[in-house]
Design a binder for this molecule. Structure first.
Ligand code: COA
Length: 263
């Protein structure tokens, strides 16, 4: 385990094919300053073409996963600067969503506003019993600006999304589990270990198959069923032709562990 500080509030830990990225801003519960969002953006851009990394785990520190935009930076800034921050975060959150790697949000504490929106851009959300989710922007006279109104509605249906956005209420990890936003709720001390074993088990599977599965499911959510099914057939056929496809089948028949190469 080697943690490298890549920004004042961001720590990276590369563990073979799994990379952990930890927001380290405990005194502000992980609030997203402009500088932090900018660094996240360049990080996701670099990661996009990094074939060494197969799974990204995003987590926070202490009581905060990410408590949203840094509200102190909203105070009396010119309209253009406010709008610019919103454009930046929208771009960076979309870059996270579009990473080819499998992404896991390990939500340790408050995931509010932009923090909930970041989690909604990940492929899987694991949460500590201490986590709290919410989109409280209406309490500031604002609205979610990083996709919250859109991605939460797609994840949970429009009625719950409207409730969450207009009340600004905080929801427990258990409630988010029941609404199928969170995959697993852990006692706080188990979150990192659950994220680790989940990430490693995904990283141990055939890299191209995992990548293509993510792509297909995301694409399928935007296309009619017949188009999605055709894409599935096409992708499966091309995976069968890969070296890893042959290796996976051979290893099963020879009763040994497969040695996947991502080819
Ligand atoms: N931006 C900037 N600073 C923030 C922040 C944010 N989004 N969220 C928390 N902080 C800071 C607090 O100002 C406080 O700093 P201080 O110690 O210098 O006063 C510190 O983090 C701890 O927060 P505090 O409010 O004292 O903790 P709490 O346990 O009483 O309450 C929350 C926690 C999450 C309920 C509360 O901090 C909160 O409502 N935060 C704002 C969430 C939000 O509206 N997010 C959407 C932004 S668009």
């Amino acid at each position: 385990m080697t943690e490298v500080r890549i920004h004042e509030h961001l720590v990276e830990d590369r563990r073979g094919p799994v990379t952990w990225l930890r927001i380290d801003r405990e005194d502000a519960l992980g609030a997203l300053s402009r500088s932090l969002v900018t660094r996240l953006g360049s990080y996701f851009d670099e990661l996009h073409t990094d074939d060494e990394v197969r799974v990204l785990v995003l987590t926070g520190t202490g009581k905060g996963f990410i408590a949203g935009a840094d509200i102190s930076e909203y105070d009396r800034v010119p309209q253009a600067a406010f709008d610019d921050y919103q454009r930046l975060s929208r771009r960076v959150f979309t870059a996270l969503e579009q990473l080819p790697q499998f992404t896991i949000a390990a939500v340790n504490g408050y995931a509010l506003g932009g923090g909930f929106e970041v989690a909604l851009c990940c492929d899987m959300i694991l949460a500590s019993e201490r986590a709290k989710f919410g989109l409280p922007e209406v309490k500031l006279g604002l609205l979610p600006g990083g996709g919250g109104t859109q991605r939460l509605a797609r994840a949970t249906g429009i009625r719950f999304a409207k409730e969450a956005v207009v009340t600004g209420a905080f929801y427990s990890a258990q409630e988010m589990f029941e609404r199928r936003v969170v995959s697993r709720v852990c006692v706080p001390g188990d979150l990192a270990e659950t994220a680790r074993t989940t990430a490693e088990s995904i990283a141990g599977n055939a890299p191209l198959a995992v990548r293509e599965a993510k792509r297909l499911i995301d694409q399928g959510a935007q296309t009619p069923l017949d188009v999605g099914l055709a894409l599935e057939q096409q992708t499966l056929s091309s995976l069968y032709a890969t070296r890893d496809g042959a290796e996976g089948i051979a290893a099963f028949l020879q009763k040994r562990e497969p040695q996947f190469t991502g080819k």
